[in-house]
Design a protein around this ligand. Structure first.
Ligand code: AMP
Ligand code: GLY
Length: 416
């Protein structure tokens, strides 16, 4: 099978690593890829909108999409007309991530626990709501590359955020409407399923470290590290399955959305009860980098069968291990950072898996090309031993202005 992976992050390099192990693969292509993917398959240049035609010209049998934007823009719908199967939901299903207003109303209609909310379509309306009802989480309706959610500390910063989103339109049309929702306090966790719309496989749950600096300080990023699996009591797992996952799948079916692909549930556990903070319609980054090395099954086969037929099984085979992923970033990320720095020391890393993100292979040298550069994944018999391995490997790698968090996987507690 000729497979094309769309995307250029650590998540996509991890998918490529797993797909490469499949007996079904004959050739791997990546658009736009990165320095790691360039060593696993052939990197193709091209715009997202040209992918259906490019895939047809290359004789691609199956496309796996990493990021959300192509799914929300309807890559699955377009490829359908070319008869090329794509793993992921069509544009109707992708609204779960593409529109927070759609997602919140969907949850309300289908009795899925989520924070109470109000949708505001204008700046004055939004400001009077928070003045009357107090501080709320502010969420831009549309995709915003991780910049669309703000948890304000006071009314003044809430007004500023609303002004930037709704008057200055810093996020374009994505910020024209906002969801104002109650701020929840609890433990956050990322849960993932693979589904054919009826059955589902629950992947190992993971914890993401969103803030830039140690101790969960500093600005929000795409994610500076992750650990998996997070052990959960039977009781919590049951609540997540029954109240969240199964009601979501039943709701999609009721609303005639034929969803195939991944659903990522961003959950907050408040007093042992799970609430949905957000839906995403793809795997998480960097959670995927921690989860994929734990999977024994053939992921390509799972993805392909789920897309063209039915989910072939409902349980996934996992290694009885833990993983810890540390992201090596360029200093200044998530704001301004320099690129083009040579990456050294990778050949000394033998005990960990390295997934590339913002790297570029030029000749046989590797250079930085993005904010998040590399993912170093340690695997061990506990989170602590996975963490120790990861940091041992991190110490071997260097590039100018490299920075990373030193507390990934520290003191992670089970959920009981
Ligand atoms: P989202 O993109 O909706 O997951 O939001 C990004 C981050 O904002 C989440 O990972 C949470 O840390 C935080 N967040 C989102 N919604 C809420 C909420 N209602 N209460 C508290 N924190 C939230
Ligand atoms: N790790 C957060 C995300 O993928 O959205």
């Amino acid at each position: 099978m000729k497979v094309l992976i769309v995307g250029s992050g650590g998540r996509e390099d991890a998918i490529a690593y797993k797909v490469k192990q499949s007996q079904l693969l004959s050739k791997l292509y990546c658009i736009p890829g990165n320095g790691g993917m360039a060593k696993k398959g052939e990197v193709i240049e091209g715009k997202i909108s040209d992918i259906p035609q490019i895939a047809k010209d290359l004789g691609i049998d199956f496309i796996i999409v990493g990021p959300e934007a192509p799914l929300v823009e309807g890559i699955v719908d377009k490829c359908r007309t070319y008869k090329i199967p794509v793993f992921g939901p069509d544009s109707k299903g992708a609204q779960l991530e593409g529109s927070k207003v759609f997602a919140k109303n969907f949850m309300k209609r289908n009795n899925i626990p989520t924070a109470d909310f109000y949708v505001a379509s204008g700046y004055d309306e939004a400001v009077s709501y928070i003045e009357k009802y107090g501080l709320k989480a502010i969420k831009a309706d549309g995709l915003a590359g991780g910049k669309g959610v703000v948890i304000p500390q006071d009314l003044e910063s809430a007004r500023d955020t609303l002004y930037r989103f709704m008057v200055e339109k810093r996020l374009g049309v994505s910020g024209e409407r906002v969801v104002l929702e109650d701020i929840l306090v609890g433990r956050e966790i990322s849960c993932f399923i693979i589904t054919d719309g009826k059955d589902y496989i629950l992947l190992p749950s993971a914890q993401d470290y969103k803030r830039a600096y140690d101790g969960n300080k500093g600005p929000n990023t795409g994610g500076m590290g992750s650990v998996a699996p997070i052990a959960m009591s039977e009781d919590i797992q049951k609540k997540i399955r029954e109240r969240i996952i199964e009601r979501t799948l039943e709701g999609l079916e009721r609303e005639e959305i034929n969803y195939r692909g991944v659903i990522y549930f961003g959950l907050m556990l408040v007093d042992r009860d799970p609430y949905v903070l957000e839906y995403n319609v793809r795997l998480g980054d960097p959670e995927t980098q921690a989860i994929i090395p734990l999977i024994e099954d053939d992921l390509l086969e799972l993805f392909y069968e789920t897309t063209v037929s039915r989910l072939p099984k409902v349980n996934i085979k996992l290694k009885p291990m833990y993983s810890c992923c540390v992201v090596l970033a360029s200093s200044g990320y998530p704001e301004h950072y320099e690129v083009g720095k040579e990456i050294l020391g990778l050949e000394e890393v033998s005990e960990c898996i390295v997934f590339h993100a913002g790297t570029k292979l030029t000749g046989d040298k590797l250079y930085t090309s993005g904010g998040r550069v590399l993912n170093i994944v340690g695997i061990g018999e506990s989170i602590e031993s996975a963490r120790e391995k990861a940091y041992k490997c991190v110490s071997k790698v260097r590039f100018e202005n490299m920075f990373y968090r030193r507390d990934i996987g520290e003191g992670v507690k089970d959920i009981d």
